[in-house]
Design a binder for this molecule. Structure first.
Ligand SMILES: C[S@@+](CC[C@H](N)C(=O)[O-])C[C@H]1O[C@@H](n2cnc3c(N)ncnc32)[C@H](O)[C@@H]1O
Length: 388
């Protein structure tokens, strides 16, 4: 077997990232990505999504494809599914479920490094160690002894620690819940999270020094997340803007609640006031606004037979909307204390009325008590109902 030419693949990947402007905010990252041997961090057996589920991809069996996947500049490499329930070394067929750890795609990794504002000598906390490769990149900038990385999954934390050590990095790997931070490493100048949050844990605000930054994917269950950069205040507050989009898996404690809508309240039937296909037209910015305006909202589309949209708030309220005959008197069914379709229509109308703002016009303020306020353009302009 001829081994793949990893240095050549890495160089080509760096060139592609540069052409995409991924190093524009942090030119130092170009050298770092060119030097960190990603193939040392990615496990030899990973998962690849096929139409029918995840299939294992092994370096031993397909070294060229494995190497291509490792140095794909825009795709994450899935390294764990269903919290490690399946082992890619012993699984043959396609497996359904969800990715629960991955080596993040290099384009978003570099964009994040750009927004982090990391300087040599900064102490940085990396939440979600995964393979450990992000900690290696951080160490290239911050310097040995300045990086702490935390991973909730014990097997992954052990692997990351081993790989970092073998590759010559000094980053400290902690196994634990990143929502609690790493108190004995605080205060940090920077905190970067590689999983999506639905709220900012108190420990993050307490463990980052005033004036320091928190950079994390942040969102709602309804839409993909935005990349949020907060500055921590003197008094335990934090405030900042969404700077980009960022689609990540959830922090373990922020995943969607399981279960099904209770469906036991009185049914309220009506026509829809607008075409559901136009309200939920896949505009990413519209969905971002709807998700923040209609708290707890999740959506599922039913495509077989009559097309419907099912909405749930994770509690007592449920709605089912018919997408084709939407103006007929019984096309919308709503149950529970909230009228979720009416709220969704109002949220979409608000977004249209505001001139269809893009994500970078929003920001978040977190009070010392932990109240979260999402705002448009300035903290004085909170979203209607935008308090979590
Ligand atoms: C996108 S992956 C890791 C990316 C990693 N930086 C890399 O490039 O290899 C997110 C990781 O966050 C971890 N994670 C999820 N919730 C966590 C939590 N509460 N505390 C620490 N780690 C968590 C997952 O187990 C997963 O390994």
């Amino acid at each position: 077997m001829t081994a793949p030419d990893f240095p050549a693949l890495r160089a080509a990947c760096v060139d592609e990232l540069a052409a995409r402007g991924c190093f524009d905010r942090a030119p130092w990252a170009r050298e770092a990505v060119g030097e960190v041997e990603r193939e040392r961090f990615v496990p030899r057996d990973v998962w690849q999504w096929a139409r029918d589920g995840y299939r294992p991809l092994s370096y031993e069996e397909e070294p060229k494809e494995w190497a291509r996947v490792v140095y794909d500049p825009v795709k994450a490499v899935v390294t764990q599914i269903n919290d490690g329930e399946h082992d890619p070394r012993t699984t043959k067929g396609p497996v359904g479920g969800a990715a629960t750890s991955s080596v993040s795609a290099l384009d978003i990794v570099c964009v994040k490094l750009g927004h982090l504002g990391l300087e040599p000598g900064h102490k940085v906390l990396d939440i979600g160690a995964g393979s450990g490769v992000n900690a290696a990149l951080l160490e290239r900038r911050a310097g040995p002894g300045n990086v702490v990385t935390i991973e909730v999954d014990e097997a992954l934390a052990d692997q990351a620690a081993r790989k970092l050590r073998t590759a010559g990095y000094a980053a400290r790997v902690v196994c634990g819940d990143g929502e609690m931070g790493v108190a004995d490493g605080a205060p940090f100048d920077r905190l970067v999270c590689t999983a999506s949050a639905r709220s900012i844990p108190r420990a993050w605000r307490e463990q980052v020094r005033p004036g320091g930054s928190i950079l994390t994917p942040y969102g709602t269950l309804f839409s993909a997340s935005g990349l949020l950069r907060l500055t921590v205040g003197e008094d335990g507050t934090a405030e900042g803007r969404f700077v980009d989009i960022a689609s990540y898996m959830w922090l373990r404690g922020h995943r969607a609640p399981g279960g099904r809508p209770p469906r036991d309240g009185a049914e309220r039937l009506s026509a829809s006031a607008a075409d559901p296909d136009k309200v939920l037209d896949g505009d990413w910015n519209a969905d971002f606004a709807i998700g923040h305006l209609v708290s707890g909202l999740t959506m599922r589309r039913v495509t077989g037979g009559s097309r419907r949209v099912l909405l749930w708030d994770g509690r007592q309220s449920f709605a089912s909307v018919c997408c084709d005959a939407w103006d007929e008197a019984d096309s919308v069914l709503q149950q529970g204390p909230r009228s979720l379709w009416d709220e969704t229509l109002a949220a979409r109308a608000w977004w249209d009325e505001q001139g269809r703002p893009e994500i970078t016009r929003y920001g978040l303020s977190v009070t010392a008590d932990g109240e979260h306020h999402v705002w448009l353009d300035a903290p004085e302009n909170p979203l209607p109902g935008g308090v979590v």
